[in-house]
Design a protein around this ligand. Structure first.
Ligand code: 9D3
Length: 248
């Protein structure tokens, strides 16, 4: 998958691209990431990329000409790539959107700054995505988040058995609790089952851990989930336990 990022701050991406799974995915040629400086497409001595809004008011607007030039260049480099404007008004980014984008060959991200972009660039974009209901200073963190979430879904990016397929989030469940050595830390022991070697019992314990954590921390996720018979059995046992507590 090839990513192009249109930004006035291309250096923001240096550290992101130099570490961990993203770095390895680039080295393995699973992805390429090309931050492009919108300023390189701006004319005049000062290469200005923003201007005051017609009609007045606070803040600045991204000028259309440099953006249009940068978008045209990116679309030439990635023909058939999907052009995505990152903005607070976009479609909410979710794991399902990451999964959809991971099927494509190329993505072009436009990182807005200031109050927004000139309305006339909308005809050159395919869609608009937001990463959530909070206010950022620009689209750059959103580009990193989407590239990160999409890359780990690509074949070979995670390596080994840690496949993205068994991610509990796609399944509307939070991850179960995790433990590693030492077996006792500050007086607190690891649950015996995890040391038992009984893989069936361990799988049951992990499902229970996932379900109860989700119930306590993100009940909204559990409401979306289709419960199977194993899940129902675990939750019923908790119901019975709570009923016992009440009637005692
Ligand atoms: C004063 C009105 N503001 C809208 C809430 C204007 C405004 C604020 C911040 C316009 C752009 C921005 C910069 N944000 C992004 O570029 C952005 C963003 C975000 O702020 N939240 C969630 N997702 C995204 S994706 C890009």
């Amino acid at each position: 998958m090839d990513f192009s990022i249109l930004t006035i701050f291309p250096e923001i991406f240096d550290s992101f691209l130099s570490h961990g799974i993203i770095r390895r995915a680039i080295e393995a040629k699973i992805i390429s990431v090309n931050p492009m400086d919108i300023r390189n497409f701006a004319e005049g001595k000062h290469r200005i990329t923003d201007d005051r809004p017609y009609g007045g008011g606070a803040g600045m607007v991204m000028k259309p000409e440099p953006l249009a030039g940068a978008i045209a260049e990116a679309q030439k480099i990635l023909p058939g790539g999907r052009t995505i404007l990152l903005s607070p008004q976009g479609r909410p980014f979710k794991q399902s959107v990451a999964s959809e984008l991971s099927m494509l060959d190329g993505l072009i991200f436009i990182c807005g700054r200031y109050e927004g972009v000139d309305e006339r660039i909308y005809k050159t974009i395919d869609e608009e995505i937001s990463i959530g209901d909070y206010v950022l200073t620009g689209g750059e963190p959103a580009a990193m988040i989407i590239i990160d979430a999409v890359t780990r879904l690509l074949p070979g990016a995670l390596g080994g058995e840690d496949s993205a397929e068994k991610d509990s989030f796609t399944d509307h469940l939070l991850e179960h609790a995790h433990f590693t050595r030492p077996s006792v830390f500050e007086g607190e022991a690891v649950p015996d089952i995890l040391l038992s070697g009984n893989h069936g019992a361990i799988a049951d314990w992990r499902l229970e851990s996932s379900l109860i954590r989700t119930l306590l921390k993100r009940p909204d996720l559990l409401e979306k989930k289709m419960l199977g018979s194993r899940e129902k059995k675990v939750l019923k046992r908790w119901c019975e336990y709570i009923e016992q507590l009440i009637s005692a």
